[in-house]
Write a protein that binds this ligand. Structure first.
Ligand code: NAP
Ligand code: ZN
Ligand code: ZN
Length: 348
């Protein structure tokens, strides 16, 4: 059995600390990946602190993984030992329901298996994520990475990237559309890059006006301080689409008020507390409030190819794993530019 080491939290109050565990040998269709980089997603923080309930301890977070294949089962065809593989939020699913057959495994009727904090469909253990030195996964749930992209900056594409790319594609963001992105963090900065790349007029909403210059550099046409009522009012009933990536509880009403007739606001941020909603804002413009979750295997690979073609990666601050607790605290202070990525060579 390959022995693994990583960082785990033992309960909702404890910091992440060094932790050893075992992973199974790869089965016939599985690969073992030596992890090079793993992104730090706000979902890791929510789950380490049990903010969504249902966390299983010890919890080893991490679902933005890029690494090198060190072993492959007999029937593996997609990867070769020595090649690069990437793993996101989904590591297994029923593989036979309609969504699974459509490559939309995140909507698996029987429930997807997540990279950590899920029950492994093969051995019944609790899955342990990418804040560790290796991962064992079926080749169906691993992705190829375009060769021209920096691997540390690719890691966040596996969650922050696909979670914003998917709704931006689904709601047909493009030329002639006015699009808002709420929150300039890990997801937000990728949403901004994609919406800009697809040719929309993009307005970045932020609570941290010190991020203004960065937002413009990352592709925003306009930047609005969301706590400035007058600045918000100037955009009344003007948006075709708004993507909400905010990680902390907030009112949706100041934003739904900015939607045009028949427009959509899609939530991807999942704060620990549900929002109170002014339904009148939706009724008065036949607006839709929607949600979206990551993306399936097919679209994730498409997103990676798109990023390869257009040279899109995440803006990252690479950290040693010993600084991960500090990175969590900085996420809570909205002090992230714009994704922390752990260099796993720091894990001794
Ligand atoms: P992050 O890097 O910490 O960024 C979150 C950003 O939200 C902050 O930088 C801040 O941007 C903004 N924000 C924070 N509090 C706010 C408030 N009260 N009002 C308005 N904006 C606020 O987090 P992330 O990794 O991007 O994750 C964001 C959320 O998406 C988390 O809840 C995460 O769990 C969720 N998520 C969902 C999916 C999915 O599949 N749906 C996938 C991944 C993550 P400014 O400083 O610019 O205001
Ligand atoms: Zn994530
Ligand atoms: Zn399924």
């Amino acid at each position: 059995m390959p022995s693994s080491k990583g960082y785990a939290a033992l309960n909702a109050q404890s910091p992440l600390a060094p932790f050893s565990f075992d992973r199974r040998e790869p089965g016939a269709s599985e690969i073992t990946v030596e992890i090079l980089y793993c992104g730090v997603c706000h979902s890791d923080l929510h789950q380490v602190r049990n903010e969504w309930n249902g966390s299983r301890y010890p919890i080893v977070p991490g679902h933005e993984i890029v690494g090198r294949v060190t072993a492959a089962g007999n029937s593996v065809t997609k990867f070769k030992v020595g090649g690069i593989a990437a793993i996101g939020v989904i590591v297994d699913s029923c593989r036979h329901c309609a969504p699974c057959n459509n490559g939309e495994e995140h909507f698996c009727v029987e429930g997807m298996t997540e990279t950590y904090n899920s029950i492994d469909r093969v051995d019944g253990s609790v899955t342990k994520g990418g804040y560790s030195n290796n991962y064992v996964v079926d080749e169906r749930f691993a992705h190829h990475v375009p060769e021209n992209l920096d691997l540390a900056a690719v890691a966040p594409l596996l969650c922050a990237g696909i979670t914003t790319y998917s709704p931006i594609r689904h709601w047909k963001v493009g030329p002639g559309k006015k699009v808002g992105i709420i929150g300039l963090g890990g997801l937000g900065h990728m949403g901004l890059k994609f919406a800009h790349s697809f040719g929309a007029h993009v307005v970045q909403f932020t609570t941290s006006l010190k991020k203004r210059e960065d937002a413009l550099r990352l592709g925003a046409d306009e930047v609005v301080l969301s706590t400035d009522a007058d600045a918000m009012k100037a955009h009344f009933k003007s948006f075709d689409f708004i993507l909400d990536t905010a990680s902390a509880p907030h009112s949706l009403d100041p934003y739904t008020d900015l939607l045009k007739q028949d427009a959509t606001m899609t939530l991807v941020g999942l704060p620990e507390k549900a929002p109170v909603l002014n339904v009148g804002n939706l009724i008065s413009r036949r607006a839709s409030l929607a949600g979206s979750m990551i993306g399936g295997m097919t679209e994730t690979q498409q997103m990676l190819e798109y990023c390869g073609l257009h040279n899109i990666v995440s803006d990252v601050e690479v950290i040693p794993i010993q600084q991960v607790n500090e990175a969590f605290e900085r996420l809570l202070k909205q002090d992230v530019k714009y994704r922390f990525v752990i260099d796993m060579s720091s894990l001794k």
